[in-house]
Design a protein around this ligand. Structure first.
Ligand SMILES: [Zn+2]
Length: 172
């Protein structure tokens, strides 16, 4: 299902594209029955007695992860082109300062996106190795719905909650 369409021409709208493409995807989903799309994929409809992380589920999550990665890579690309286009030599020091501020923000965003891409790659590897979908701490199933909400999750909700509490206590 190709609901995500990239618009390479509109490099000036790099900030709004992620949002608007999401809106488009949601709109497209209303035409068919599943209302929620996860990176272009309809939510997984489990049948009764179906085995956890069977081939169909793995295919489903692979599609989500790969589509998400593509979106991020396009975003990184767009940011780069945007900065190349905009990096004019501004004579006004105020303009120059605000552009520098804007660019450093863009770079931080790009850095975050690159880290996320790496995390997605690690997650895809765990799918290949049949480790995907199980909690790294207790080994329990993370669950389809939680994975759809956080496709790179490595902890079940209980272990995640516990880890967050511990972290808070450490911070004092
Ligand atoms: Zn756990």
């Amino acid at each position: 299902m190709a609901t995500k369409t990239s618009t390479p021409q509109s490099s000036d709208s790099s900030k709004s594209t992620a949002k608007s493409s999401k809106a488009r995807a949601t709109k497209a989903a209303h035409a068919s029955s599943p209302a929620v799309l996860i990176h272009g994929q309809p939510a997984y409809a489990e049948s009764a007695g179906e085995a956890y992380m069977n081939a169909a589920q793995k295919t489903h999550f692979r599609a989500i992860l790969e589509a998400w990665k593509r979106e991020l890579m396009e975003e990184v690309d767009r940011t780069l082109h945007y900065m190349q286009d905009e990096s004019a030599n501004l004579p006004d020091p105020v303009d120059r300062a605000s552009q520098e501020e804007e660019f450093s923000l863009e770079l931080r965003t790009r850095d975050r996106e690159r880290k996320l891409i790496r995390k997605i790659d690690e997650t895809l590897k765990s799918l290949d190795e049949d480790d995907y979908g199980y909690c790294a701490t207790c080994g329990e199933k993370i669950g389809i719905r939680r994975l759809e909400a956080r496709p790179t999750a490595t902890l079940c909700i209980d272990c995640k909650t516990l880890a967050e509490i511990k972290e808070k206590q450490l911070q004092g």
